[in-house]
Design a protein around this ligand. Structure first.
Ligand code: ADP
Length: 520
């Protein structure tokens, strides 16, 4: 059967061979087994359900959260002769009815719908009369409250599947699922965990770098100047920042566009179109931009601000180099950004459990900016891929500063945390270590600890930064919560006992490592 799939790949889509993961996923679907496919952005998820859709008897229902993407997908399918349609709020009720009738009489191989449609009785009644062989759940992480883009109407999917008499196969696909989210997808759609296919998340063609302590506007100005012929995206955290940065780039004479949810729809669309057709080289945008945009020649993605978590970061950064050619992913790290993200979490309407979960994810994002290990490997480990090799390419892997031993300093920090009984956060720990005269220290009696003042010659900033490093390297673990307290992990124990050493890259340019004194 897979050879028939291969033929279709060539004959219909014009591709010579399957990509990593595609074949495994398709094989399973063709055996009529449910599957959760986790592939990186640009990995080619659509083909995974489009080819089985062509091979199965009835119609394939594709649930997609993105209205703009539906039209693009349907247009692309029609172009290669595949009968497909979509039903969403952009078409009239009469048109929707007509398309539904078409689906009932077997006119289409694929129908794309928005998840909200599953709440419509009219739609469900029409569904009863269709021969549905496959349900493809695109952006399947939207079903999980632990994912980064929860859509309550995704919860209607299981009910809808149970209603269909023909027992369709379920293919849930996503680019961003932590092990926790993957588990949730399995639970909610009742898919066996052995049917999760995790394709290598690594993107060999991407170069990751973290830039700290530099003037961000100046960095961007230089960067775009050097890459003026290339297409790139700059993500900023707020609409205001996007407006400001866009204005700055225009003043500098760049062909920049902007995109955020506060702009009028036609202006937004126009900017997007111009960027897609290379009329604008740089797009400055909030995270509202890019979902479902298939521009393959984006050469760089710069994050002006810290992302709220690794899922969001990797998804956005992954928009670089979708054509397989080199792409650069840069994050301009400034510790102040953590406050913005924390504020947004606290302002949200999530319950406390979810807020804690978001804080924990934010902490992992901060860890990315502090690690000296391979950046790509850090991301892959976050998604549960533990056996990846160093990429050899990122700013950590190519950092040639010599390593120095910092075991003694690490022991001081660990021992202090232990004596403070693991009940305090970084700033306070740094204060105790540097011997601050803070009244709170005295009130807890920490000025009597042998570790009080033990790192006296250092500034609080330096010590804080060092604690961030130890956290990123997982010697310390921040407990969940708005004010994470730091505790020792198992990795710290042999260091405390003097059985293992801690190494850190030597500082060369103090300027590059400016760290705010109050991160947590
Ligand atoms: P995503 O996983 O992000 O949804 P898409 O399905 O949009 O990715 O595919 C990304 C790009 O890769 C598309 O341009 C698609 O046509 C192309 N593609 C998918 N599968 C293959 C393949 N086997 N060989 C070559 N190109 C492919």
């Amino acid at each position: 059967m897979i050879s028939e799939a291969q033929q279709l790949l060539k004959a219909t889509f014009g591709y010579g061979s399957f990509r990593k993961g595609q074949e495994d996923i398709i094989k399973r679907i063709l055996q009529r087994r449910d599957v959760v496919g986790i592939m990186p952005t640009g990995g080619g998820k659509s083909i995974c359900y489009q080819i089985p859709a062509l091979m199965f008897q009835g119609v394939t229902l594709v649930i997609s959260p993105l209205i703009s993407l539906m039209k693009d997908q349907v247009d692309a399918l029609e172009k290669v002769g595949v009968p497909a349609t979509y039903i969403n709020s952009s078409i009239s009720a009469a048109e929707a009815n007509e398309r539904l009738n078409g689906a009932i009489i077997g006119e289409y191989k694929l129908i794309y719908i928005a998840p909200e449609r599953l709440g419509s009785q009219l739609f469900l009644h029409a569904l009863d009369r269709m021969d549905v062989s496959l349900v493809a759940v695109d952006e399947a992480h939207c079903i999980s409250q632990w994912g980064h883009d929860f859509r309550p109407s995704y919860r209607l999917i299981k009910e809808m599947i149970d209603r269909i008499h023909s027992h369709p196969v379920i293919a849930a696909l996503t680019a961003t699922a932590t092990p926790k989210v993957a588990d949730d997808i399995c639970d909610l759609l009742q898919i066996d965990r052995s049917d999760v296919i995790l394709t290598g998340f690594g993107r060999d063609n991407l170069f990751f770098q973290v830039i700290k302590g530099q003037d961000r506007d100046a960095f961007i100005n230089d960067y775009i100047k050097k890459n003026s012929a290339q297409s790139g995206i700059i993500y900023a955290a707020t609409r205001k920042e996007v407006d400001r940065l866009h204005h700055y780039l225009i003043k500098k004479g760049f062909q920049a566009g902007k995109y955020h949810a506060g702009m009028a729809e036609n202006e937004r669309n126009e900017n997007q179109e111009r960027f897609l057709y290379d009329d604008l080289t740089v797009m400055v945008a909030t995270s509202a931009f890019g979902m479902g945009i298939n521009k393959s020649n984006v050469r760089y993605v710069i994050h002006y601000n810290l992302s709220k978590n690794i899922e969001a970061y990797y998804q956005e950064a992954g928009r670089a180099g979708r054509d397989g050619e080199p792409g650069e992913c840069t994050i301009l790290y400034s510790p102040q950004d953590i406050h913005i993200q924390k504020f947004l979490i606290e302002q949200s309407e999530m319950d406390q459990d979810h807020k804690d979960n978001e804080h924990e994810k934010l902490q992992k994002m901060v860890g990315y900016c502090h690690t000296e290990g391979c950046l790509q490997k850090y991301i892959l480990a976050y998604f549960g891929e533990m056996d990846a090799n160093d990429c050899g390419n990122c700013s950590s892997c190519t950092d040639e500063r010599p390593e120095i031993e910092v075991t003694k300093e690490a022991q001081m920090v660990f021992s202090c945390i232990k004596r403070m009984r693991g009940k305090f956060g970084k700033t306070f720990i740094a204060k105790v270590l540097t011997g601050s005269s803070d009244q709170k220290i005295r009130s807890f009696g920490f000025d009597k600890l042998p570790t009080y003042k033990i790192m006296k010659g250092r500034t609080q900033k330096e010590v804080s930064e060092f604690i961030d490093y130890l956290t990123a390297e997982q010697y310390l673990s921040p407990a969940n919560g708005t004010y994470p307290v730091l505790t020792l992990t198992n990795k710290a124990i042999p260091v405390l006992r003097g059985e293992e050493a801690v190494l850190k890259k030597e500082k060369v340019q103090a300027k590059q490592f400016v760290v705010d004194d109050e991160l947590f």
